[in-house]
Design a protein around this ligand. Sequence first.
Ligand code: HEM
Length: 180
Amino acid sequence: MKGMVFTEFLELVERTWSPAMADDLVDACELQSGGAYTSVGTYDHREMVKLVVELAARTGQRPDDVLHWFGGGLFGSLAASFPRFVEGYADALSMLAGIEAVIHVEVRKLYPDAELPVFEVSRQDARTLVLDYRSPRCMDALAHGLIDACVRQFGGGVQVRRAPLGPTHADGSRFTLVRE
Ligand code: HEM
């Protein structure tokens, strides 16, 4: 997982709780990297899982809720760092329809070693977009937070539902987005 995801996570923890909270998380997780992330480096995604589980334990939340919250913050910083991926779209559905074929394709050019999920995208009708998320990292709650934040960025008005694609978490999730 790219270092920028880790640095964004720790910055968000600092802003939401405190710098001490971010330091405590890193210390408690006994990370192989030591927690000294650089934005261009690449690290084991299990370090992110550890940080998320530790923050969840310390704040009385479920790890899924922490990942969803993180997705909200991460979208803001991605949109600020890569405005061209967000600008020029009429609405959230138009932007998200290009998550696989446009946005993450461009991300892959910038970071050839990025570990990206796979989204199967289908446009059911003018009001409905279906995104099937699959990833060995099982971060569907992060995807959910990113999608919700994207909808908010374009002024809301889209209902987002998440349903499992199979009996295990590893099967992924289906996001159905319906314009109200
Ligand atoms: C401004 C637009 C976006 C940019 C620049 C961007 C870029 C990235 C980058 C750099 C990573 C990290 C790759 C790695 O760790 O190696 C990533 C991961 C991810 N992205 Fe995006 N992304 C964007 C929008 C979105 C949106 C809107 C979604 C949801 C539909 C999404 C879903 C994810 C997920 C879930 C991951 C975590 C990896 C995984 O699940 O396997 N991204 N993205």
